[in-house]
Write a protein that binds this ligand. Structure first.
Ligand SMILES: [Zn+2]
Ligand SMILES: [Zn+2]
Length: 237
């Protein structure tokens, strides 16, 4: 890639329909984190040159978790760009099958929304090349950073941590429906206490800013205050 001299990684959000985003990480090469919904693959491919990334610079696609708004555009991209795909081992089956299981509502809001969701929100399944267990180094793909497992939203949810203190967290923390910059726990989470432990894990690794697929970004202080301290206060009540 031309124009990138040092090891700083540039984070470019690509905005997609339905208030979704995916993230392009640009270092010596580029890594794409998530792929939006079915139909978004083409827009993502077309946007790469606008972010200064040639199609041949894309070295890896990381799927934070196998939900339809994150892996729906993957089959299109994989077919055309021939790029390896990394996912956590515990979300790999959902990715292969194109997520044909129901969402798990974590909150009252989730329980209200769940029955309203269209049946069969699945997508074209994809066979991943790389199964992540706990940690995965991105430097062989031209980006100084790593992927770590941050389970809770789904059993195999992942976050990408960069050396500058930024993290791409998928749906571990999401914005409110109205206040998009206020951190929340997703209404759909397999295990809410695991979500809180994963947030703590990111903070322990000195993450300062969390980039979410839905809303955000969020400062570590806001996340600590809104989610961890409040959860602790609620437990004491
Ligand atoms: Zn999700
Ligand atoms: Zn999502």
């Amino acid at each position: 890639m031309t124009g990138v001299k040092d090891e700083t990684v540039q984070i470019s959000p690509i905005r997609l329909k339905g208030f979704l985003k995916c993230f392009l990480l640009k270092g010596r090469q580029a890594v794409l984190v998530d792929t939006g919904s079915t139909g978004d693959g083409r827009r993502i491919r077309d946007m790469l040159p606008h972010h200064g990334v040639r199609l041949t610079d894309l070295a890896l696609i990381v799927i934070t978790h196998a939900h339809p708004g994150h892996a729906g555009g993957l089959a299109y991209l994989k077919e055309r760009l021939n790029v390896p795909v990394a996912v956590h081992r515990l979300d790999a089956d959902a990715l292969r099958q194109g997520f044909n299981r129901p969402f798990s509502p974590a909150s009252k809001l989730g329980q209200l929304i769940c029955p309203l969701l269209p049946r069969g929100v699945g997508y074209a399944g994809v066979e991943p090349e790389i199964l992540i267990e706990d940690e995965f180094d991105l430097s062989p793909y031209g980006v100084t950073g790593k992927v770590i497992s941050t389970p809770g939203h789904t059993p195999g949810s992942l976050s990408v941590i960069l050396d500058g203190g930024e993290a791409i967290v998928g749906d571990l923390v999401v914005g409110g429906l109205i206040r998009r910059r206020k951190p929340h726990i997703s209404a759909f989470a397999d295990d809410e206490s695991q979500v809180l432990a994963s947030i703590q894990k990111l903070l322990d690794q000195s993450v300062e800013t969390m980039y979410s697929t839905h809303g955000g970004p969020f400062s570590a202080d806001a996340v600590r205050h809104e989610l961890l301290e409040q959860a602790a206060a609620e437990r004491e009540r």
